[in-house]
Design a protein around this ligand. Structure first.
Ligand SMILES: [Zn+2]
Length: 390
């Protein structure tokens, strides 16, 4: 097997037009994304004049791909944090640090060129069979983009998972989401992932419906349908030494009965505490997430929350002594006060992550925050220096 290129495809037109970046194989064993992207780019390369945007395909974990593992030393979708990025330029004994720095540099270069909206799509597959779904941070720009894509959407992942690539892209103010196309080795997954690529092409405004039909893509593939929303409630954390096994064959989104025995962890049974739905049960050896619980969110609640967020309703909270707005996107709340502020209210206002800033106060950060720019990594090498366009 040949090592795939880091930048597997690029179609550049006008920096004033939208930019669409696809990622595949951030988990090395999820090859369906790579196959789908190659086939997608091969097709659309024949229609350059129809594309009113800039498109890129970026490959994830090269070594793990060659060895057919999810990852070798560290999960590449958990290390997009300041500390790992700093460490990555110093340490060379972590295989994924090489991918981290290269992808970072490719991104830096692309983002620097772009003068318009940027959409980031991370293609994945799952260890068990599933219908396709979207995972994303609950930012209003993300909600707007997925509203009519017709897939189930899972929010609040960022409360449980640190260091995902999409968290960083979201913090930069870009639309960013992960699309899970189905089971790792199923042919349907490749098909679903490819359909999703065309759908995003259409919903970013890069291509018209007429042009897609001219290209031979059926209208049913990009017709708008409303999304269904779910909130992530719980994540079963796994340590490398844990002995974990799911009981039976659970399907993604399957409804659970309260008290149902769903897994064993180090010979202890795990029972469902409520009538949640099970999400991403682990049926492969490597992984830090055993399973998740999710819950349906109704659309009315989402609408109300959107109005609150647009009005910056959190400003009302700052009348309460002990709550301060540190800047546009950060609220600090004194610890004793926290137990009187429902977490759900903070979520509805768009505040998710909590960081302890000192012994007395906890910081909540808004999803809509924007970092100014991606700072340059010290070891930066432009991937365009030797690029022959595919
Ligand atoms: Zn994955």
């Amino acid at each position: 097997m040949l090592k795939p290129k880091r930048l597997i495809a690029s179609i550049e037109h006008n920096p004033e037009w939208p930019t669409l970046i696809f990622f595949c194989c951030i988990h090395g064993n999820e090859k369906a994304g790579y196959i789908a992207l190659e086939s997608f780019f091969e097709h659309i390369h024949n229609f350059p004049e129809q594309l009113k945007g800039n498109l890129y395909g970026i490959f994830g974990n090269q070594e793990a791909y060659l060895q057919e593992f999810r990852f070798l030393d560290k999960d590449l979708n958990r290390i997009w944090t300041k500390s790992h990025l700093e460490e990555s330029s110093r340490k060379d004994n972590v295989s994924e640090y090489h991918d981290l720095t290269e992808i970072y540099n490719v991104l830096y270069d692309i983002l620097k060129r772009s003068k318009s909206e940027v959409y980031c799509i991370d293609l994945h597959t799952t260890s068990g069979p599933t219908k396709p779904f979207i995972v994303m941070n609950d930012a209003l720009i993300n909600r707007r983009f997925v509203r009519n894509l017709g897939y189930p959407v899972i929010f609040n992942v960022e409360s449980f998972i640190e260091g995902a690539l999409l968290n960083l892209l979201n913090d930069l103010g870009h639309v960013s989401l992960a699309f899970e196309g189905g089971e790792h080795y199923s042919k349907d997954s490749v098909k679903e992932l490819k359909i999703f690529c065309y759908k995003t092409l259409y919903h970013t405004g890069i291509i018209s419906a007429e042009a897609l039909i001219d290209m031979g893509i059926s209208e049913k593939y990009f017709k708008s349908k409303p999304a269904k929303y779910f909130e992530m409630i719980f994540r079963q954390d796994l340590k490398p030494e844990d002995n974990f096994k799911m009981c039976g064959n659970y399907l993604n989104f399957q409804k659970l009965e309260k008290g149902e025995r769903i897994a064993t962890l180090n010979n202890q049974s795990i029972y469902a505490p409520k009538n949640f739905r099970i999400f991403m049960p682990l049926y492969q050896k490597k992984g830090e997430d055993g399973f998740f619980y999710i819950k349906r969110i109704n659309r009315f609640k989402l609408k109300v929350a959107r109005v609150f967020r647009n009005l910056q309703a959190e400003n009302l909270l700052t009348f309460i002594p002990g709550i301060k707005k540190l800047n546009f996107y950060t609220l600090s709340i004194s610890k004793p006060l926290l137990k009187f502020i429902p977490k759900r209210l903070m979520f509805a206002l768009g505040y998710r992550k909590s960081i302890e800033i000192d012994g007395e106060n906890i910081c909540f950060t808004k999803q809509e925050r924007k970092l100014k720019n991606l700072p340059k990594l010290s070891s930066f090498v432009s991937p365009y220096q030797n690029l022959t366009k595919t």
